[in-house]
Write a protein that binds this ligand. Structure first.
Ligand code: IPD
Ligand code: CA
Ligand code: CA
Ligand code: CA
Length: 273
């Protein structure tokens, strides 16, 4: 393994502690207790167990840090210390349908980043089925295990494979997504909707996808992935082309050259609405 800071080791240990149980739960998914938080918004005992293990492990390592986690919400810590932003199972719908495409996403948010405002400094995304870890530290690059990650070098939309998240029952803006899709799909080599925003971003960082857009995401879906994309040399903005606000959850990510082309199509489709 490539040398990394103590914090990445802490995140890795926590994820790999929660991973085997999540894999076991996935293999017995038909027996899992599942409840509904809202329309098409499911949570299973596996989401909760993974979240509990991650919190427990991370708390052992940094007892005074707070958390923002999907299932338990906010857990207050020392406001002068960083906090963890966690999605214990991103891709719950895939998981519950027996589709092996889901992950855990863990990020560290420094309350006083380089510009005195909150900033993500570490990101770790773990895919337990493939045993892949995508991770990044601010200013120190992005990695898949011990391999340096680079966004793709493709420059032509006609060669580009683009991921997205499609609105669904009770969630998102169908008209807006359809306009953007109508502008981008005819120009690119393919569109994918695999159902885990965190992995979508990790795969942009790894050059598997050339770009990704989605809105109405939550901080825990994107905090780690956005840093991994940036540290892999990629570019991520909101739909206006300005810095992503993780609380607003609107993302367009790609390599530098494709980002401006995709943004032109996206912005044009919304302007002509
Ligand atoms: C979901 C996934 C999905 C995205 C949804 C998210 P969850 O997270 O990231 O790709 O389209 O908006 O809610 O609920 O599986 O953790
Ligand atoms: Ca969820
Ligand atoms: Ca999620
Ligand atoms: Ca989740």
């Amino acid at each position: 393994m490539v040398s990394h800071s103590g914090l990445i080791t802490v995140m890795e240990r926590a994820a790999r502690k929660a991973g085997p149980r999540l894999r076991r739960d996935f293999n017995e998914v038909q027996h899992l207790q599942v409840s509904r938080k809202g329309p098409a918004d499911f949570v299973s005992i596996a989401d909760k167990r993974a979240e509990d293990t991650l919190i427990e492990e991370l708390q052992k390592a940094r007892p005074d840090w707070g958390f923002l986690v999907e299932e338990r919400g906010e857990i207050k810590g020392d406001p002068n210390k960083p906090r963890w932003i966690i999605d214990p199972l991103d891709g719950t719908s895939n998981f519950l349908h027996g589709i092996p495409h889901f992950c855990m996403s863990i990020a560290v948010e420094d309350p006083f980043g380089s510009q005195g405002k909150p900033e993500i400094t570490h990101g770790y995304i773990y895919q337990p089925v493939t045993d892949e870890s995508f991770w990044a530290e601010k200013g120190r690059g992005a990695w898949l295990q011990d391999q340096r990650l680079r966004v793709s070098a493709r420059r032509d939309l006609a060669d580009a494979l683009i991921a997205t998240g499609i609105p669904f029952l009770g969630h998102g803006n169908f008209a807006e997504w359809s306009r953007i899709f109508g502008a981008i799909a005819p120009e690119v080599a393919g569109i994918r909707r695999f159902g885990s925003a965190a992995l979508d971003l990790a795969w942009v960082a790894a050059g598997r996808y050339d770009g990704f857009w989605e809105s109405d995401l939550k901080p825990w879906d994107i905090a780690a992935g956005l840093l991994i994309v940036k540290e892999a040399g990629g570019f991520a903005t909101d739909y206006r082309g300005t810095e992503v606000n993780i609380a607003k959850g609107q993302v367009l990510a790609a390599n530098d050259g494709l980002h401006s082309k995709l943004h032109k199509l996206l912005a044009g489709s919304l302007r002509n609405a």
